[in-house]
Each structure stands twice: as C-alpha cells, then as structure tokens.
Design a protein around this ligand. Structure first.
Ligand code: BGC
Length: 831
C-alpha cells in the first residue's frame, strides 16, 4: 500500500547458528526465555544476541505495548467490513498498513488475524473474525499475513482452535468431532499456514474435547507442527496456560504474558525430573529464535523507518475510507434509491448517525485520534443538504464521550486530563485521554499504588447533560455549581484504603469491560468546568467520565425523526449495535437491535418519501422493517474515518461492493448453530459442519433474511455461457448490464452428492467491469474444499467429485447449476 514501508528483514534462518546459541544456554536460562518478560514483550538474552520481541494487539489497529489508551494510533475498519470486500488485494494492503503502524511503534509482531469462524451469530467476538466460511477466512487471512510479513512484521493467527464464543471463555470445553474440526475450524489455519507461513500462532483459552488448547498435543504437535510442517512459534493466549509439563509437552512454545506464569521453576523441575525432555525445551527455544530472527530481534537489531504516515495523515484518511467503503454491502435497493443524488435533501436520523460506532470492544480496541461520525461525514460533503436528527437511546450503559465534547483545560485539545496520585499525594503519572477513559494496574507498570485519580476537563455542550462516572471507587464529581458524590462497586469502611481488584484472569475474562457506573443530570454551558476525583480506585480497573446530552424519551425522539423525514426528499436512518454487544468477553443474547430502533425505522418509513437504512453493526441483526424501506446499506464498524466512508458509499463515489461474510437469519434462534452457553462447561458443536449457509441450504434452519455472499453493489449482472472446464474450474461470461462500472464477485459453490457433505464455497473471483461490457471469468475450485476427513482411516479422502457446481450471488440468487465432472471421468479424459 505504501512503498515506503521498511525493507524486509534479512531472515537469519541459520539453524546451525541457532543450535550453537541454544547449546550455550543452561536450562534455567532457556526456560526463562519461554515466558514473556512483561505483558507484551518476550525476554532478551544478551549472551546470544537475542533482543526482546515486542507484541501488540491486533487485529484492527496496532495498539502498542500498553493498553492504558494513551498513544493515538490508526483505527482500521473491523474485520467483517474488510472481509466483505472478498478482495485479497485489499487484505494484503491492510496487512501492509498495519505493518507500518507496527514499525512506527517498533512492534515486531501484530496479534492477528483472528480466524475463528462465525459459528453462531451470537458470538461476541465475531466482529474481529472474518466469516462463517473457512475458505474465505483462510484466503483473506493469507493475504493479511503476507501483507504484514512482507514488510518484516510478524503475524499471529488466533485463536487455535474451536474458540467461537465468549461465554465462560476461560474454562469452556468445545466438543467437536474430528471431521468437523478438520473440515471447518482448522481449515483457515491450515490454509494460512500453507499459503502464508505465519510466524506465530496463538493457542486459545478453551479446551477442545477435554484438553486445554495449550496442552493439545493432537492439535499443536501432531497436526500443526508435524502434519503441516509448521516452523513458527505457538504462544498461549494471555494467561491461558495452566500447567508446566503438560503444556510444554503439548506443543506450546511460549507462555504469555510474563514474567510470572506456570513455567519458570516448575518447568525446570519437570525437565530435571525427566517429565519434559530437553529436546522439547530446545525446540521451543529454537522456534523463539526463528521468530526473533525473522522480525529482526536476533543478532544485529533492525532499523526502523521514521517517515511513516501518521494516524491523522491524508494518506491514512484516503486508505481507510477506501478499505471501509469497499466492504460496505448493499442489501436491498428498490428503484435505485441508492446511490443518493447530491440534489436530494436528506434527513439523517439516529443515534448512530451522531455517535457512530467505529470499533468493537476488548483487546482489539485502540485509541484513535478521531472517529468521524456519519453526521460529520455527510455534512462535510460540499453541495449536499443534510439535516441531522438524533435518535432513540441505544445503550444500556453510558457511551465514552464523543470527541470534542470535553476539552483538556490546559491544552484545549479534545479529552480529559487525569492525574494518578499515590497515598502520600505525590503524582505517579499524568494522562491525557481523548475518550476520557483510563485503565490502571493492568499493564502500566506504575511505580506506586494509585490512591486517587483526579480529572479535569471543560465541557463544550450547552444545556441539560447526563454526566457520570464509571469504575469502582469513591467518586466526587463537580460540574459547575453541582457536586455529586457516590461510591461505585463494593463500599469500603473508613479505615480501608484499598478496594481489591479482580485477578488478572478475571481481567481477561471481561472484568474490566463493564465497570459499575452512575449518571446524574446537570445543566452546563460551553466552558463549564468538570472536575473531580476517584478515591480508593479498584486496581486493576477501568475508569471513565461520561458526558452526553440528556437522553430524551423514545416517543419524543421518534416524533422528531418523523417530522424531519416528512420534509426531506430521503430519510437516511442509521441503526445498529454497540461495542457493548460487539465485544470480547461477552456474547450476545439477541440479534434484535437495542432500544426502540425498530419502531423508529418503521415510523420514519411510513412518513418519508424514501427511506434508506444504514446498519452500523459488525454482525447480523434482525430487520423486521426490511420490506418497509427502500434500501439497506450494511456498513459494519468502519474505523476512524467511518463517516467519510459511509458518505462515499451512500453517494456512490466509492461503490459499496461488499458481499456478506455471514448469513443473516430472519429471527433469533433461526441459525443452524445458535446457543453459545456451555452446559456444565461443555459447548457441543452438534451441528457439525452445517454452520451458516451450509446449514440453511440443508434446511437445518429456515430461509435466512440474507444469505452469505449476498450483496448488490450498484450495478446489475447477467451470467451467460457457464461451463465446467477439465480441471474442476468453471468458466462463465458475465455482463454488467447496469449503468456504472462495478465489481462483481463470482462465487463458485460445490454441492456434493454425498448426503452427509454440505454445500460449500470452493472458490471466487472478483472482477471490475465497465457498464455495458462483459468479462470471461474462470473460477477454480480449491482442492482443499473437495475432500473429506475419513475418520476411520484418520486421513483426508477426496470427494467422489459427483455433484453440482453452483454459480451464485449468495445461495439465495443462483445463476447457474452445472454437473460436476467426477474425478475418474477427468482422469479418463486426460489419459
Ligand atoms: C485475547 C487475545 C489478545 C490477548 C492480548 C486476550 O484476552 O483473547 O486475542 O491478543 O488478550 O491482549
């Protein structure tokens, strides 16, 4: 994407040198290297020229070494928007962009891509992962990994394996039969390992068939390292490792984070007792050295470029708008309601229009310099007439402050000024946070315990506001003449000084994600000072000051929306989910939109001349108003340039050429795999290989609202003269019969005759064609999608080859069915 990214690192793959290095180390030193040195770095060892390897989340931005949210970095569109492009070039560009972000912070490895599958749409973390389909996921991951690694930054495939939901995430046991594991959940890992050689992989928190992912000899050693010949390093998810010998013998190479952990002396003792062979330890160290060599942390340390684009640069803005808009997906479009015309007056309605959700929650969160709302993006376009109306409430909890609502009193920059103080009153650290959120005691390595967090800001709002505190502690908040004092979380007696925090395990289990909160109403004018203190804050803990215009009731909001809609040529209603739902550590319980958004859409649709709905959500939502509106644009969580990208897609300066990466069910419960709640710790993948479109097609679930692969773009297509060629490829001529240049994604599915084998995507080809022109497209079936796992022989076996190839724009819009030429017939022909 940007050719100025650093020179690829010379890989010191000299295995013999690694052997010499390893031989020079004693056992204790070797073992020390196999646990992180800090939360996000590995240990260095000067005697062999090994520097620390610096890791960062991943996958939609490079947050850096600490998560307290101080450094501003670029926020990319979320994974499902990127994936909806079905464009490997775009994913390669994403990897290159992330590599630049990593190099700017001297990060060696980005903890991504997340390539778990969308098993049930309730999974909280689907926003981070690509798709319900293993081929699409594997091929897109391959491109992303290549983009990163071609610039000398390591990728980390995560989370190996069967980690598709968050409920009881640290302890749950996924029960998955071997064929399902192989044919579905391992396939994206297998494809990415074979085609991109990722430099690291992360073992998941969960158990698989009763064995912890970090102790899975079967998965880590037998499959990944032996069958797939994987030469990279397998690290644990953060705090996932529970044991010494079983994990070390189970194929896990590196325990993260450190410096504490279950290996250390326990592993030294296990080696000395003969429970873990020295060769196993040496292999782990060897893999660490290979990684270090690849990223430039072994021997001569790498040089970093200093001229990379900043998160606020025009280069980034253009890249991010393009990446986001390309994956946006036109779900319906009656009578050419989209793209909008500049001459139309627009009533832009909805909380998501003014408070656009640009990212999901959890370890993928970053601290971006700005998050352009759809209202800002639409009103920034010259020559348009857009009136903006806030909508109904969408959150159960207060949102982070919108950028610009608070200003730092000293710098007048957007944000709040935090001062962390110790018990004697001295300053431990000052922080300036644009989002008015800060985290203490997790990965900030502070010199002293935080006894108080002071904060100061100036409000830019006028009128009635909801003002609140979030995070366990004793709060005092001063807003102009009002003072609010309260305790959040467990009350303490007067002589207690510390409010005990969660364990690190609990932190990663979600304890930091949804801290207690309270809001009060106050009246402010622009310039009103907001200040206060949290005494005896819980540590680790997350703290936020929240300020927003006071919430109106739904009736009032809907009435205002309806009257604005009636006066405009077109109403654009922006609805969606929030980072409360699209988040690590928690699953969803429904796909219905939060609050009274459905009622708002229906009311607007009945009053407006034309209604366009923009869906600001990463994953499927239920749309009871689907047939009441003229067009639906699915926009995902579009990253920091969200508003500009949505404006580009709505007005058509960039074609929203996305195709869905997961099937949208018509109602809650109507997906082939639904529950994400373990029973007695077990989550049974009883649906086998029939997830998503595979299950809908086999009628294991009712007709969905929108199929995987669906997406209209801004043109129309005819499919002509399709035929199967000798080598299980299909050729087709497609004609763009619309009136603008457009990108078509020709999708090839195979429906085998074997009754226990589902239909599956076997290949696709994206092609851009001028209006009125045709193109010949050839799509080849990936052989990895034409095999089955034979449980009796524990081997891959080819399918019979009999069945049908299907050319479709999602299986709800089949364009051609072609008899497949069986393998033996092909063989006869060629002999
Ligand atoms: C997540 C990983 C992440 C790690 C480090 C874990 O809780 O599951 O995806 O990379 O934390 O932040």
């Amino acid at each position: 994407m940007n050719s100025r990214s650093s020179q690829p690192v010379e890989v010191d793959s000299g295995t013999s040198q690694h052997t010499d290095r390893i031989e020079s180390l004693d056992l204790r030193t070797k073992v020390r290297l196999l646990t992180g040195a800090t939360t996000f770095t590995t240990a260095a060892e000067e005697s062999i020229g090994l520097g620390e390897v610096r890791l960062s989340d991943g996958p939609t931005g490079v947050r850096g070494l600490d998560s307290s949210g101080v450094r501003q970095v670029t926020l990319l569109p979320n994974a499902t928007v990127l994936a909806s492009s079905w464009d490997t070039t775009l994913l390669y560009d994403t990897g290159q962009l992330l590599a630049e972000e990593a190099l700017a912070q001297q990060i060696h490895v980005v903890l991504g891509p997340t390539i778990n599958l969308h098993r049930s749409p309730l999974g909280g973390r689907l926003f981070e992962a690509y798709s319900e389909d293993p081929l699409l996921t594997g091929n897109l991951a391959t491109a992303y990994v290549r983009g990163l690694q071609d610039a000398g930054v390591g990728a980390c495939l995560k989370h190996l394996v069967a980690n598709e939901s968050e409920t009881e995430r640290n302890t749950m046991n996924s029960i998955v039969d071997e064929a399902t594991l192989r044919e579905l959940y391992l396939t994206p890992f297998e494809i990415a390992v074979a085609d991109a050689d990722p430099w690291s992989i992360m073992d998941a928190y969960n158990n698989i068939n009763g064995v912890a992912a970090t102790e899975q000899v079967h998965v880590n050693t037998e499959i990944v390292k032996e069958e797939w010949n994987y030469s990279g390093l397998i690290m644990s998810d953060w705090l996932a490792t529970q044991t010494a010998a079983p994990a070390a013998n189970g194929g896990l190479d590196l325990v993260m984070p450190g410096p504490d952990g279950p290996w250390g002396e326990a592993l030294v003792a296990a080696v000395e007792a003969g429970e873990v062979p020295m060769s196993v330890i040496d292999d782990h160290v060897h893999r660490l050295l290979v990684l270090a060599a690849r990223v430039g942390a072994l021997g001569e340390q790498r040089q970093y470029p200093t001229d990379l684009p900043t998160p606020t640069s025009l280069v980034r803005k253009e890249q991010l708008i393009r990446l986001a808009a390309a994956g946006m997906t036109v779900l319906t479009n009656r009578d050419g309601a989209l793209p909008l015309q500049q001459t139309q007056s627009v009533a832009l309605i909805g909380r998501h229009a003014v408070d656009t959700v640009c990212m999901g929650g959890g370890s993928a969160e970053v601290n971006p310099p700005h998050q352009v709302s759809i209202a800002e993006g639409m009103t920034a376009l010259p020559g348009t007439s857009v009136s903006v109306v806030d909508g109904v409430a969408i959150r159960a909890r207060p949102a982070s402050v919108r950028r610009g609502v608070l200003l730092d009193p000293d710098t007048r920059e957007p944000g709040i000024h935090f001062v962390l103080r110790s018990a004697d009153g001295s300053v431990i650290e000052e922080r300036r946070s644009a989002s008015a959120v800060t985290t203490i005691g997790w990965d900030d390595d502070l010199d002293a315990d935080v006894a108080a967090i002071e904060f100061r800001a100036v409000s830019t709002l006028d009128g009635s506001v909801d003002i609140g505190g979030m995070g366990a502690g004793d709060w005092t908040v001063h807003v102009g003449v009002d003072t609010f004092a309260y305790t959040l979380g467990q009350p303490l007696s007067d002589d207690e000084t510390e409010r005990p925090g969660p364990s690190l395990q609990e932190v990663l289990g979600g304890a930091l994600q949804q801290p207690p909160f309270r809001t009060d109403t106050s009246v402010v004018s622009s310039g009103t000072e907001i200040r206060g203190v949290v005494r005896r804050p819980m540590s680790p803990g997350r703290f936020a000051v929240t300020v927003a215009p006071a919430q109106r009731g739904s009736d009032e909001a809907i009435a205002e929306a309806v009257s604005a809609a009636a006066e405009a040529d077109v109403a654009v209603v922006v609805v969606g989910t929030t980072d409360e739902r699209e988040t690590e550590a928690f699953d969803k319980s429904t796909l219905h939109l939060p609050g009274d958004q459905d009622a708002m859409v229906s009311a607007v649709a009945s009053a407006a001349r034309r209604t366009v709905v923009v869906v600001n959500a990463a994953t499927p939502v239920i749309m009871p108003w689907r047939d009441e509106v003229d067009a639906i644009l699915w926009a995902g969580l579009p990253g920091q340039e969200a508003g500009h990208a949505v404006a580009a897609a709505l007005y058509g300066s960039i074609e929203p050429s996305g195709r869905l990466v997961s099937t949208f069910p018509a109602e809650d419960g109507q997906s082939p795999a639904w529950s994400v709640t373990p029973v007695d710790g077990d989550l049974n993948y009883t649906e086998g290989v029939y997830i998503g479109y595979r299950g809908h097609h086999a009628r294991h679930a009712p007709e969905p609202n929108f199929w995987f692969g669906h997406g209209l773009g801004y043109s129309s297509w005819e499919y002509r003269e399709a035929h199967v060629t000798d080598d299980s490829s299909v050729q087709v001529s497609i004609a763009n019969v619309g009136d603008r240049e457009s990108r078509e994604v020709v999708q090839l599915y195979f429906d085998p005759v074997e009754p226990d084998q589902p239909v599956r995507l076997v290949g696709w080809q994206g092609v851009t064609v001028q209006a009125g022109s045709a193109a010949d497209v050839e799509v080849s079936a990936d052989p990895r999608m034409l095999r089955r796992w034979d449980t009796s022989s524990s081997r891959w076996a080819p399918l019979s080859g009999r069945g049908q190839f299907i050319l479709a724009r999602g299986l709800g819009d089949v364009r051609a069915r072609l008899d497949a030429v069986p393998a033996e017939a092909r063989a006869q022909r060629t002999s």
